[in-house]
Structure formats: structure tokens, C-alpha cells
Design a protein around this ligand. Structure first.
Ligand code: CA
Length: 217
């Protein structure tokens, strides 16, 4: 499950946001000062940060700039107050990925969060029901518990999920999984599909008879 850090000094907003995000199934940590927010993001990096611009101590800008200068790439959604037009632009300049102006609707915020997480998850992390895949670390968990998954199963999954709703032939998949120069029967793909499917929630990995396989998100 994705972890979100909210850095916000207005108690009502903080409470409303954290409650709503937890109800949506996110794991939420909070900070009410800039300094606490930065140290939390550094010591226990979240998957996404909802960052207020004006904070006691370090500002949202400074936090954003510091994290980016340290090479931390988690998506940052900046919250700004009405009338901070130039600030908004600056917010994007310093490496925030998106912003919302207060007051905003929770629905809008949730949509933005989902979009941002999808963007990063398509790179390194993937959430499929209660299964979480980390392609960078070659690890997978189901309901928070580690599951065994081989490198080739991960490569296969990555190839499929990179092109959702498209039929991929065994030969295409084979190239991604064992490499183009290796000669093996493309039927090995069927074996990987079977073992992979057993580890994932049902209904995503679909067989298209005579053609190949398809990933349905
Ligand atoms: Ca504030």
C-alpha cells in the first residue's frame, strides 16, 4: 500500500486529509512543521508527499528543493493558498509535480494523488490489489508479506504491464524475459505465466488463445 506524508500546519485540513486518505487505504504519516516534514521525508521516505507551501520553519519550497537536491524523486503535490500565483509557478520550477489551490475538493486531491502515484508506479512500483511489486528491488509482497518471485517472472510482469490491454505474443514476451540472443522455445513463457498468475490477484493476466497474453489493469 502506498505511503503518503502530509505536511500541513492547519489542523482542520490536516485532520480532514489524513482521515480521508486513510479511508482510501493509504498509509498516512503527518507533520505540522516544515522541519519535521523534511526529516520525516528523509528518514522514512514516503511514496508521495502532500506539501503545504507556507509552514512554520522550513517552507514547502525549501523542503522540495532540499529533497530534489538529494536526488529524492517521490512525487510532491504542493498545496497553495489563493493568490499565490507566482508561487505556484515557482513550486513547479523547484521540482513539485503538481499543485492544488486551497480550498480544493477532496475528490480533486484524490484524483491528483492517484495520477501521480500511477506515474511513478509505472516505473518502479506496481500495486495489483493487495500485491505490491518493486521492480527496482526485485521484491514483491502480498498483504504486506513477502512473496517469492523470480527475476524472470518480474521481467515478464513488467513487459505485460508496460502495455496494458494489448495482446503480446509469446515471442515478444520471450525477448523481454530471456533476451533476444538466447534460444529457448517460446513455450517457456507459458510456464512463467502459470507461476506468475498463481501469485497475483485473479483476472489481470489473460490468455488470448492462439495469440498470446494480455494485461488488464
Ligand atoms: Ca500553511
Amino acid at each position: 500500500m502506498s505511503r503518503i506524508l502530509i505536511v500541513e500546519d492547519e489542523p482542520a485540513i490536516l485532520l480532514g486529509l489524513s482521515g480521508q486518505l486513510r479511508r482510501e487505504g493509504y498509509e498516512v504519516t503527518t507533520a505540522i512543521t516544515g522541519d519535521d516534514g523534511l526529516s520525516s521525508a528523509q528518514t522514512n521516505p514516503p511514496d508521495l508527499i502532500v506539501l503545504d507551501l507556507m509552514l512554520p520553519g522550513l517552507s514547502g519550497y525549501e523542503i522540495c528543493r532540499t529533497l530534489r537536491s538529494q536526488g529524492r524523486q517521490m512525487p510532491i503535490l504542493m498545496l497553495t493558498a489563493r493568490g499565490e500565483e507566482t508561487d505556484r509557478v515557482l513550486g513547479l520550477d523547484i521540482g513539485a509535480d503538481d499543485y492544488l489551490t486551497k480550498p480544493f475538493s477532496l475528490r480533486e486531491l484524490l484524483a491528483r494523488i492517484r495520477a501521480l502515484l500511477r506515474r511513478t508506479q509505472s516505473n518502479d512500483k506496481l500495486q495489483i490489489g493487495d500485491v505490491e511489486i518493486d521492480f527496482a528491488a526485485y521484491t514483491a509482497t502480498r498483504a504486506g508479506r513477502p512473496i517469492e518471485i523470480s527475476r524472470r517472472e518480474l521481467l515478464l510482469l513488467r513487459a505485460l504491464t508496460a502495455k496494458p490491454n494489448r495482446v503480446l505474443s509469446r515471442d515478444e514476451l520471450l525477448d523481454s524475459v530471456v533476451g533476444e540472443d538466447v534460444y529457448v522455445s517460446n513455450r517457456v513463457i507459458d510456464n512463467y505465466i502459470v507461476t506468475l498468475r498463481a501469485k497475483l490477484p485473479e483476472g489481470h493476466l489473460v490468455t488470448i488463445r492462439g495469440a498470446g497474453y494480455k494485461w488488464i489493469p
